[in-house]
Design a protein around this ligand. Structure first.
Ligand SMILES: N[C@@H](CCC(=O)N[C@@H](CS)C(=O)NCC(=O)O)C(=O)O
Length: 250
C-alpha cells in the first residue's frame, strides 16, 4: 500500500489547530504536520484552492478538509479504535451547540484578548511565536513582511490595545457560562465522559490555563499583561477544569 499519511496544516500557536491535533491524537490517527507561516498562508491557501484562508487544514489522499469541526468529523469516522468516541448520539445536539459556541465565541475572544495584549506592546514576542519554529528561509520572509502583517492582524482580528476591555468582558461571559456548566465538580460539559464539547472548550481555553507555559509559549517570555490575565483567571472552575482535562485526556 502506498497511501500517504494525512497531513495536518497548522500554525504552531493556533488553538483551533490544537483542537484538530488533539482529536487526531485521541483517535489514534497517524499523520504528519506542516506548520505554515501566518501572513504567507493567504497565498498558500489560495493555491490549495480551499474556500477560506484559515487553518487547520487536513490534506488527505484526494481530499482536503478545512476547519476543526470537519477534521473532528473525519477523525471520528476514521478512528483506529472503535471504543474511542467523542460523539454521543443521545446528547448530539447539545454537544454540537457547545462546540459551536466554543469555536465561534470562546476561541475568537481568547485569541483577540491575547493579541490585543501583545501585538502592539510586545510585537517581538508575537513574531517569535509565529515564526520561531519555521525553517530559516520562511522565517526571514516572515520577518521581512512583519511590518505589513502586524497591522493587518490587528485590523482583521480587531485586536488593537483598546479592544482589551471589550474582549475581556466577552470572555468573562463565556467563562461564567462554562463555570456554571461545570458546577459541583463536574468533569465533563455533557454527560459523564469526554466528548468533542470538552475537547473544543478545553483546547480553545488552553492558552489561558497556564499549561501554555509548558506547551505553547515555552520559547518566549510571558509578557506581564498575560501574566495578569493568568492571575485573574486562575481560580475559575473552568480554568482548573482545562488543566485537569489536559492532564487526564491529552
Ligand atoms: N472555526 C475555524 C476557525 C479557524 C481559525 O480561525 N483559524 C485561524 C488560526 S487561529 C486562521 O487560520 N486565521 C488566519 C485566516 O483566517 O486567514 C476552525 O474551527 O477551524
Amino acid at each position: 500500500m502506498n497511501q500517504k499519511l494525512p497531513k495536518l496544516i497548522s500554525f504552531a500557536i493556533s488553538h483551533y489547530c490544537e483542537k484538530a491535533r488533539w482529536a487526531l491524537d485521541w483517535y489514534g490517527i497517524e499523520y504528519t504536520e506542516e506548520f505554515w507561516p501566518i501572513g504567507l498562508h493567504m497565498r498558500m491557501t489560495r493555491e490549495l484552492g480551499v474556500p477560506k484562508s484559515c487553518v487547520p487544514i487536513l490534506m488527505l489522499d484526494g481530499e482536503i478538509l478545512q476547519g476543526s469541526r470537519e477534521i473532528l468529523d473525519w477523525a471520528y469516522v476514521n478512528r483506529t479504535d472503535s471504543e474511542k468516541s467523542l460523539e454521543d448520539s443521545k446528547h448530539g445536539e447539545e454537544i454540537r451547540e457547545i462546540e459551536a459556541r466554543a469555536d465561534d465565541v470562546v476561541g475568537v475572544e481568547v485569541r483577540r484578548l491575547l493579541y490585543a495584549q501583545t501585538l502592539t506592546q510586545h510585537p517581538d514576542i508575537v513574531l517569535e511565536l509565529l515564526y520561531g519554529n519555521l525553517d530559516s528561509k520562511v522565517r526571514s520572509v516572515g520577518h521581512n513582511l512583519w511590518p505589513k502583517i502586524q497591522p493587518a492582524m490587528i485590523q482583521t482580528l480587531d485586536a488593537a490595545p483598546d479592544a482589551v476591555a471589550d474582549s475581556r468582558a466577552k470572555l468573562d461571559v463565556e467563562l461564567d457560562w462554562l463555570d456554571e456548566k461545570l458546577a459541583e465538580g463536574k468533569h465533563h460539559l455533557v454527560g459523564d465522559r469526554l466528548t468533542r464539547a470538552d475537547l473544543a472548550a478545553a483546547s480553545l481555553l488552553a492558552p489561558f490555563a497556564q499549561l501554555s507555559r509548558e506547551r505553547m509559549y515555552r520559547r518566549v517570555e510571558v509578557p506581564p499583561e498575560i501574566e495578569e490575565e493568568f492571575e485573574r483567571l486562575k481560580d475559575r472552575p473552568s480554568m482548573k477544569w482545562v488543566a485537569d482535562t489536559y492532564r487526564d485526556f491529552r
